[in-house]
Each structure stands twice: as C-alpha cells, then as structure tokens.
Design a protein around this ligand. Structure first.
Ligand code: SF4
Length: 531
C-alpha cells in the first residue's frame, strides 16, 4: 500500500471513552516525530503485551497508518496459516511465529528495554485493523480469532513473573487460596481438575476466580466450583485471561461497528479502511508482466490444470451458458487479464462465447465491448484495473441465484462443494479435509489444500492470497519455471506491441492500492451493469 499524500497528511487517532477508536481526525501537519525519553513516567507501554483498551491519541502519517496496518494484516494471516498447519503449542508453530514477529518488527520479547517503536506499532496497528474489521460479522469473527491466537502465543511466552506483572497491569488480580484451604479441598481439586493428582495439587498454586471469568473451564468441566467461585490452577489461568480478552475485544468491536456511520462519512478514511478489510498483501498481478503469453486455445486446458476453483467454475459456466452476469464477468475478466490476455484477445474471447448464446455481434460490440475496454483502462477514467484478490472475492459482493462468481469455498453450500470436488476427482480424504477447513471458515487454506491435492504436493509452500498467484504458482510447478508458450497468431503479435505501449503508460502513472480502491469506489460496476 502506498499513499501519495503521505508527506503532508497525518491521521489523528482520537480517544473516545464510549466508542473505542471511533473517532479519527485528519490534519495537514507534517509528520510529528515521536521520541521517548528514557525513564519517561508517562510511558504508554509499560508492558509488551496489552488488552488494547486505550486507543492511540497521536498524529501519524498516512504512510505509517498504511504500513502498520498492512504489516499487522500480514502477521494475522501468518497466524491463521500456522494455526491450521501446526499444533499451537508445538515448537515449529512458536519458531515460525517468532520469526514473523521479528521480521515485521512487532514486540516478541516481553519487557525488552528498547522496543518502544515495536509496542507503538503493535498498539496503533491493532486499532486501525479494529476499525477496518468491525464492518461485518464475517470480518469481526476473523479478526477476533486471529487476535486471540496472537495473544495466546504472546501470553504463553511470558515468564511466570512477567505474567504476574501483566495481570496486575490489566487489573486481573486473582486471589491465591491459602495452603490450609487447598489441603482441605485437595480431594475435590484433584478429582475436578483433569491431570491433577494429589501430588500435583500440593505442588501448584490455585486461584479463586469468579464464575463469569472461568466460563470456558466451567463448560468443559475442567475446574472445581464452590460457592460461586472456580478454583483454577496456575496453568489454566491463561484460559481465564484469554476469555477476558475475548469479551473485551468482542465488545469493543461491536461498539466500534456502531460508530461506523461517522467513519463512513469521512471520504478519505473510508476507502482506506475498506481497502484494508479486502486487502491483499502481495503483488497485484496486474497485466504488464504476462501480457500476450497465452493463446485463447490454451484456456480450456489451463482452466482444468491451473485455475483455482473460483475461476474454473466461472470458465465452465461461461462455456456452458455462453454468458456470465456482470459479477462473473468482472471477476473472471480481470483474472484473465492478469494471466496475460491482451485486450484484443479478451474482446475475441468474450465475443466468440457470447454470440454462441443470446447476444448478437452488434449488441456485443455496442455494450459488452465497451466494458471490456474499460477494464483494460481504455475507456472512461482509463484506470488500469487489477485482478481481484481472494479477500475481495470472499468478502464482497456475494453471488445470488444465477451468479457464478465468488469463492466456492466461501459461497457454495458444503454439499454442492463436495459434489463439485468429487466430480474433479479429489479423493474422499482430501474432500473431508477441505470441508473441515471450510467449516472453520479457513477458505483460503481450503483452497491451498485443493492446490496440494490437484498438484500432488504435500506442502504448498506458499500462503495463498490471490487467484492469479494460484495460477502463477501452478504454472511454475507444471512447466518447471518455464514461461507459457507465446501466442503465435498475428493477433497475438500485434497485441504484444500495443500491450507494451500500455505497459509504458501504466508505469508512468503507477497504480497504488489506494488509487485502485478509490477507482473501485468510483463505480467500475456501473460499466458492467448489463446482465
Ligand atoms: Fe478463488 Fe481465492 Fe477462493 Fe481460491 S480462495 S477459490 S483463489 S477466491
């Protein structure tokens, strides 16, 4: 993400006791430097870990705003990936997550002396994503899940004394029961706390915790209850802390969502936040690199071998019905553009198919051709549109009856998805794994599993975020890194020239994610409204 106005524009995150991080103000002051004197008593980050209860109140530049948010998004995506691929308490999980913390410069070592910048980044980035991810139930759920996993890892990494300090810091002070009371209750504690022999009960400290703080343990019948209190061993205190954090964050997200109308009225902030919640953090797979490298007669075979399920579904629907509605044309058309279809090829491809159905050539040239030229930046505002990322496909514009766009892992009924996978010869065990991931709402991971199964791999080796990334990785694998055969036809060659001109034009006005998001908001769909 880039921000052209970053030199002159700053965003002010404003505290609002009722609506956490609800208010944001823009000012045009130059970026203010944040320095912290050693021993400053007003140090806002006395601990590396926090419950994010106080929103930031400082001015930050747009560049920082964007880079902090994108880095946290990267971190959360890694958390999601690792959470599915590894046991959370395993060494591999911890090692990989710590490496990511270091790489993205988030605080990973509790109470390190010199990580003010990392703590500040952690604090601010959490609140920016909270704003972006409070906007729908799906987004809130995803954000909450990843933040919880992140917190669990960091809390478990604390030493005993740091845990105690953190609990004091967040006002979670649980009363340890006396040795006398523990001896008196030893039998009950041992029988009600799984894994606790009498010897272990004697060794470990037990805390008296209010029932509302120990709901999870209570539900799982893992704790001794007496007189409205749960008696929790030290090792299970993390479940209580996590539960407390979940309640706070969940409430904060709901409150932030209520303040959305005021945020949505800010025309500078809203596109940014929208973009973040649909964000894809990687290359944009725009057309320049691949243009002219595939021929139209390769598409059928490619759709089977190298298209992700969403695009395979769209291609099949187009071939079957000789038509796609506008959501499908946008999603599939931009994907094809990303894999290298030139404008002339796209016009030929869509026209050939549409005139086999109910649309005659004249109607195509007058209506649909315009929208295709528009998506290639040749009409209207001449915006060079980039293919949709998985997040965008998953999170926005869900398909309705008669539509074939969207993400099949997110938008298909499990039974239909199962049938589709069976028809694509995915083995039953693979289908079961995919359906499990879908049930857990890990749609991109389900797609990764589909990639592994269709490419005979044990480990996909990359984190999938984009349908065009899927295609590129598949091609790399199937062709051993070789590029696709260039199109031999006259049409292809002539288009290659024009596409290199297009490429020059595009590079001279680099398209940032901001401008893309803005342009999207300005209504590309308006040009695709014909069904
Ligand atoms: Fe397409 Fe992404 Fe869904 Fe895979 S996860 S089917 S690439 S939208």
């Amino acid at each position: 993400m880039t921000a052209k106005k970053s030199e002159i524009t700053t965003v002010k995150l404003v505290s609002n006791p009722c609506l956490p991080a609800a208010g944001m103000e823009f000012s045009s002051r130059a970026r203010q430097r944040h320095t912290r004197l050693a021993g400053d008593r007003r140090d806002p980050y006395p601990h590396s870990l926090q419950f994010y209860q106080e929103p930031p109140t400082e001015n930050i530049s747009l560049t920082e705003f964007e880079s902090f948010a994108v880095d946290r998004l990267r971190l959360l995506k890694v958390v999601e990936n690792l959470g599915v691929s590894y046991v959370r308490s395993s060494d591999s999980y911890k090692m990989k997550l710590e490496a990511e913390f270091r790489r993205l410069k988030f605080p990973y070592k509790a109470l390190a002396e010199d990580d003010y910048d990392a703590r500040r980044k952690d604090h601010i980035s959490h609140f920016i994503l909270r704003l972006a991810y409070c906007q729908s139930e799906d987004l809130r759920r995803w954000f909450l899940q990843q933040e919880m996993d992140l917190f669990r890892y960091r809390f478990n990494e604390l030493t005993e004394s740091l845990r105690q300090k953190f609990l004091e810091h967040v006002n979670l002070q649980f009363e340890a029961i006396s040795e006398d009371l523990k001896n008196e209750l030893a039998n009950e504690l041992s029988t009600s706390t799984p894994g606790f022999t009498m010897t272990k009960v004697k060794e470990q400290m037990f805390y008296k915790v209010g029932l509302s703080d120990a709901v999870d343990l209570f539900r799982a019948r893992r704790v001794f209850i007496k007189d409205g209190f749960a008696f929790v061993p030290l090792k299970d205190i993390d479940a209580i802390v996590l539960n407390n954090y979940r309640q706070k964050l969940s409430k904060a997200l709901a409150l932030t969502a209520r303040s959305l109308p005021s945020i949505q009225s800010d025309e500078r902030l809203q596109p940014l936040l929208n973009h973040l919640s649909h964000s894809y953090v990687g290359p944009d797979y725009s057309v320049q690199k691949n243009t002219g490298k595939i021929s139209l007669d390769q598409i059928d075979a490619l759709s089977v071998k190298s298209f992700p399920l969403c695009m395979r579904q769209l291609h099949k629907a187009l071939r079957d019905n000789h038509h796609l509605r506008h959501g499908g044309r946008m999603q599939y058309g931009l994907f094809l553009k990303g894999i290298g279809l030139t404008l002339e090829q796209a016009l030929e491809f869509w026209k050939k198919e549409f005139i086999r159905g109910k649309v005659d050539a004249d109607k195509f040239d007058k209506g649909y051709a315009y929208s295709i030229r528009h998506s290639y930046g040749k009409e209207g505002r001449r915006t060079d549109y980039t293919p949709y990322s998985c997040m965008k496909i998953i999170m926005s514009n869900p398909p309705s009856q008669g539509d074939y766009h969207g993400c099949p892992f997110r938008h298909s009924e499990p039974e239909l998805l199962k049938q589709k996978l069976q028809s694509y010869k995915i083995p039953p065990s693979g289908i079961a794994q995919i359906l499990d991931l879908v049930k857990g709402m890990h749609y991109q991971l389900a797609c990764q599993k589909y990639f592994e199964l269709t490419h005979d791999l044990d480990d996909i080796g990359f984190s999938l975020n984009h349908p065009n990334q899927y295609f590129a990785e598949s091609q790399k694998l199937l062709t051993g890194g070789r590029e696709l055969k260039k199109e031999q036809s006259h049409l292809g060659n002539s288009q290659q020239k024009s596409s290199s001109q297009e490429s020059m034009t595009s590079t001279s006005t680099p398209s940032s994610s901001n401008t893309t998001a803005q342009a999207e908001l300005e209504g590309l769909e308006a040009y695709f409204t014909e069904d």
